[in-house]
Design a protein around this ligand. Structure first.
Ligand code: MSP
Length: 642
């Protein structure tokens, strides 16, 4: 995110109303809320948009199944999203619905502009359509001639008259954009995938449908009533219709967007189609399109049919909304997938929040209360603790960059480094000894150092944990806003002489798991075998996993992926197994050839990067390295481990 301009426009994707919100949706929204709050804190005029995507075949079908009209159904689910974000105190400025009249008008205007420019033409479309992804595919993009390369579901054949957008015309300009604007698509690895997709050649995009009705009609000027707009054209335009594109509204001053956060599954639409549409409309391109990874359960994508969906409301009710926000942003580096588990969440709360942060607040209150009747005076901090203070200020100075590159986990790690310096300082300077030795001035300087570091932390933690941060700030007698941001962070002013306000413990330790339902559903007959103690399984459960040894007989890179290799592994079966593995950064294809590896052989096949993967290999991750698990000496291919 760039901070040179005085404004920030932050957007979430708009959520499909075919399903109720889960933690994946909450994640996208919480990231954006954090960035929006940060932007306001540092003084940018900020506009934060979220909303719902309500047209298209998928929604029409979902409504039909439930015996409702599409609009009735959309109202209901859109309401769920809005209520949840309100309950979660998401600081959005507008909640757009694609069924809003002003949106439909803006979409029609955009279509008209593109059409008049000669970027839209009429032809016949013949190809395959995945309703779940609302995406078109050619025959040779499909998996086994039938399945969607993105979600693996069955596609249907579509042959209908359609208007096409000249996407191919924008290929070179898109490539130039990626080249010139280094951070236009984040993270960089994902940007490379986009570039190689575009380099393979872009086909013109079908942007209208005639076989169903639930969509925005074409502008009257075109007079072709049997067409409705393709849902992705309709949906992407929400980012400008929300600003009043239809009537050149005043809010258009917020365009171009500062950052548009999306999940990795919809990056292609945002990093290719969307900028091409904008080029056609002669509008500037967003500064950053940032793609995050997925939240999974036991490594699997969440879905209703698998019964492994986690309800964000339930997590927040059990563990606290702000603890949940902290966990999501801290646990996973932006762009990577993260596996949700209650244990990981509880560990974060107990260790980072309760031990590192909560205890420090208690200790400063305790020390100041015991030795100085709760007063804190900063006058000698620089005399005794210049080194610690400067070190912390330097860490803090570097944090802004993390936010601007969407590295919210690094941002939080930086704050925790400051906390650790504060905690260590107490251990090093032992204020209780200073008091015994009647060195009250030194003891006060230490207490004031901690108070000042906590004051800074409270300001910078505000975008992630607003209410908690405000509580910490009250201890030191200030409110968190742009004025105090300038005072304590930009100008590094120290706290005035204050009397600390007491505060009950912020993060009581959590002794047991507090949610029951979000664990992945266990089939009733297997209930007896359910894992009773965290992490303990029976021998039968272990042997449900079939581990086999095989030899790599072919290993290749996958174009466009900087992480994956595709292997053919001889497991002494009819034909070699194809395995897609994320080991490219650690092993070259040449070094893998003719070596033996250990494979989970009864894993359900999956699509990774549009390639079928029929197993998983075993490896150990240790710090930044990855080491494959192999037999000590050669064994026959297909031998079982165990
Ligand atoms: N309607 C489109 C977006 C149109 S934007 C012009 C859409 N909607 S969605 O409801 O399916 O997904 C919305 C967002 O939620 C996407 O960014 C998607 O990546 C994110 N998530 C959905 N499931 C997710 C996880 N399991 N984990 C993390 N985020 C995921 O796509």
């Amino acid at each position: 995110m760039e901070n040179k301009c005085k404004r920030a426009y932050i957007t979430t994707p708009i959520y499909y109303v075919n399903d109720i919100p889960h933690i994946g949706h909450a994640y996208t929204t919480i990231i954006c809320d954090t960035i929006a709050r940060y932007s306001r804190l540092i003084g940018l005029e900020t506009y934060f948009l979220t909303g719902t995507d309500e047209h298209g075949q998928k929604i029409e079908e979902a409504a039909k199944k439930r015996g409702k009209s599409a609009k009735q159904y959309a109202d209901e689910i859109s309401g769920y999203f809005k209520n949840l974000w309100d309950e979660f105190d998401i600081s959005y400025d507008k909640f757009i619905r694609t069924t809003d009249e002003s949106h439909k008008k803006g979409v029609q205007k955009a279509f008209d502009v593109m059409y008049k420019k000669g970027d839209i033409y009429k032809d016949m479309y013949e190809g395959h359509y995945c309703v779940s992804c609302e995406s078109f595919f050619t025959q040779n993009q499909l998996i086994e001639n039938e399945f969607c390369p993105d979600c693996g579901k069955t596609t249907s054949i579509v042959k209908e008259e359609s208007y096409f957008f000249k996407l191919s015309k924008y290929e070179d300009r898109l490539l130039k954009w990626y080249e010139e604007k280094e951070n236009c698509v984040l993270p960089k690895g994902k940007k490379n995938e986009v570039i190689s997709f575009v380099k393979q050649g872009l086909r013109d995009l079908s942007v209208t449908r005639t076989s169903f009705d639930w969509g925005v009609k074409l502008p009257k000027s075109i007079n072709d009533p049997k067409h409705v707009m393709y849902v992705w054209l309709d949906a992407l335009l929400n980012y400008i219709t929300a600003l009043g594109y239809a009537d050149d509204g005043e809010l258009m001053k917020f365009w171009p967007a500062t950052v548009q956060v999306v999940g990795k599954d919809i990056l292609r639409f945002h990093a290719i189609y969307w900028p091409a549409f904008l080029m056609s409309l002669d509008l500037p391109l967003p500064k950053h399109i940032a793609a995050h990874g997925w939240w999974t359960r036991n490594g699997e994508k969440m879905s209703k049919s698998k019964g492994n969906v986690v309800d964000p409301r339930e997590v927040a009710n059990a563990y606290g909304l702000e603890n949940f926000r902290y966990f999501m942003l801290r646990e996973v580096p932006f762009g990577q997938d993260g596996d949700f588990s209650q244990k990981a969440l509880v560990d974060r709360i107990n260790s980072d929040l309760s031990n590192d942060l909560g205890n420090l607040v208690n200790r400063v209150l305790g020390m100041s209360g015991k030795y100085f009747k709760f007063t804190v005076n900063s006058k000698d901090v620089l005399k005794y603790h210049k080194k610690e203070l400067k070190e912390c200020e330097e860490i803090i100075d570097s944090l802004q960059e993390n936010i601007f590159e969407m590295q919210l986990n690094r941002y939080l790690e930086g704050l925790w480094k400051v906390l650790s310096i504060a905690n260590q300082s107490i251990a090093i300077y032992e204020p209780w000894k200073k008091m015994k030795e009647e060195k009250d001035e030194e003891a006060m300087a230490l207490v004031a150092l901690i108070a000042n570091l906590l004051a800074k932390i409270s300001v910078l933690l505000y975008p992630v944990m607003p209410k908690t941060s405000l509580k910490i700030a009250t201890v030191f007698g200030f409110d968190i806003d742009n004025t105090t941001y300038k005072k304590y962070i930009e100008n590094n002013e120290l706290l005035d002489e204050i009397i600390l306000e007491k505060l009950p413990p912020l993060f009581p330790k959590i002794e047991k798991m507090l949610m029951t339902s979000p664990e992945p559903k266990v089939e009733p007959k297997k209930e007896k075998e359910k894992i009773e103690n965290d992490g303990i399984i029976t021998i039968e459960q272990f042997f449900q996993t079939k581990l086999k040894i095989g030899t790599v007989i072919e290993a290749k890179e996958i174009e466009g992926s900087d992480k994956l290799l595709i292997l053919q592994v001889d497991l002494n079966e009819e034909k070699p197994r194809q395995i897609v593995a994320g080991i490219k950064q650690f092993y070259s294809p040449k070094n893998l050839l003719n070596t033996q590896i250990c494979v989970v052989s009864n894993l359900k096949p999956a699509r990774i990067f549009s390639k079928k993967s029929e197993g998983m290999l075993l490896a150990v991750k240790d710090k930044d390295t990855l080491t494959l698990i192999r037999p000590e000496k050669d064994v026959s291919n297909g031998s079982c481990v165990g």
